[in-house]
Design a protein around this ligand. Sequence first.
Ligand code: ADP
Ligand code: GLC
Length: 472
Amino acid sequence: MSRVLMVASEVAPLCKTGGLADVLGSLPAALREIGEEVAVVLPNYLDLQLPSEPAEVWPEFPLRCGSHTFPTRILSLELNGVTHYLIDCPALYARHGIYGGAGGDFWDNPVRYAVLSLGAIAVSRFLFRPGVLHCHDWQASLAPIYLRSTYSPDPTYLGIRTLLTIHNLGYQGRYGSYVMGDIGLPMSLYHRDALEYFGDVNYLKGGIAFADAINTVSPNYAREIQTPEYGFGLDGFLRARSSRLSGILNGVDYSEWNPETDPGIARNYSASNLAGKRECKRALLAELGLPDSLDRPLIGIVSRFADQKGFDLVEQAAADIAGEDVAVAVLGSGDPRFENSFRQFAQIWPRVYGVRIGYNGPLARRIEAGADMFLMPSRYEPCGLNQIYSLRYGTIPIVRATGGLDDTIDPGTGFKFWDYSPWSLMGAIRSALEAWRDRKQWTAMMVHSMAKDFSWQVSAAEYAALYRRLIG
Ligand code: ADP
Ligand code: GLC
């Protein structure tokens, strides 16, 4: 049994922008089930969706970060039997938005996430003494650095080991070197084997340099990030630490994502009774204002609109897709370029593209349930959760064979393409449409996909083994 304190910037269902939140919302409970002791630290954002009033476990204390001292409290909340510590620092978190607002990212994010790490270290001192401090992404990457620098003379922290999980190498937390003073780290750490990166400070690089172990969220992505193509400039740095780097595939929480029990879909269904899925499709077509043609395949898309997700390929192939006998249900938000493209497609081909721009959890589920196929043409994908949810909903994934998409989809459960090109994308879509025509075969594929098991069982045990190795 290990004692593990996770540090992260998003935790479902409290706050979420992507899959990181899903992982933090399910892995801790899965670890607890196999006997690990786990707690979670996150910021007390203004917009947290709190199921109950948190308790105050550490009334006001001054949290020092560089030359600033922030009045801070620590609150706690039980979720699925796991204690969540909320760092309540109003100067930094009492505002709408997680990472930013309409005007872009918050300017003080370097300090907001330094304080998250410092808050986690404060929790480790008095509230939950961990064997492993498990940090997620750049937002928690300073914790290993503070532990090994600022706090290294402090015997309180002796023996605490650190694990950094990289959910996405494309986001590194890169700021001007001026932040070194604001986050209270000495310039001696501003060098190329620590935080310095092409004249900037790079939080994720610092975490990689200082963490005792590093992992990513699929075995394939762990290999890919050591290559120039996927390394975002850190591939050499990662290769040099490859003995500390591993890949553990994300699991999913089937009590949350299951068409048999999902209360938010038009009608529940299962592999042995698929009738409800047609109802879900009918309802989705109606909701999106698409023609009520159940015999025309419906492709679903639910995504952050970021370069990573490969929608420039869909932009290039949009007319060809519209030329097929198919409809497309789209939900997404992010880069205005893609928001506008999809809005345009809906205007030009209203019978083909049903588009909703925005972030909408309930609609995401209705698309998973109502679509026949699910498209993820990612340029890169550390793990990807939507294709795994799709499998369970009998919604056949069409994916680019990269990262976790390649690890989780095989020829019996979905359609893959390799080249990052609109031609390859169209090839995979046409293969899927072709396969759809053989309804018996297609149903067999759905049933096979729905039986795939990506629950946390296996992966949580891999994390537990990694913790044990770390603690020694
Ligand atoms: P990423 O974390 O890179 O965005 P994942 O596939 O790991 O990709 O996870 C995405 C998660 O975010 C899924 O739970 C998905 O349903 C959700 N999601 C993404 N975009 C939206 C949206 N526009 N509305 C609702 N949920 C969304
Ligand atoms: C990141 C990745 C995604 C992964 C998620 C959870 O957001 O983009 O591929 O599934 O983290 O690990």
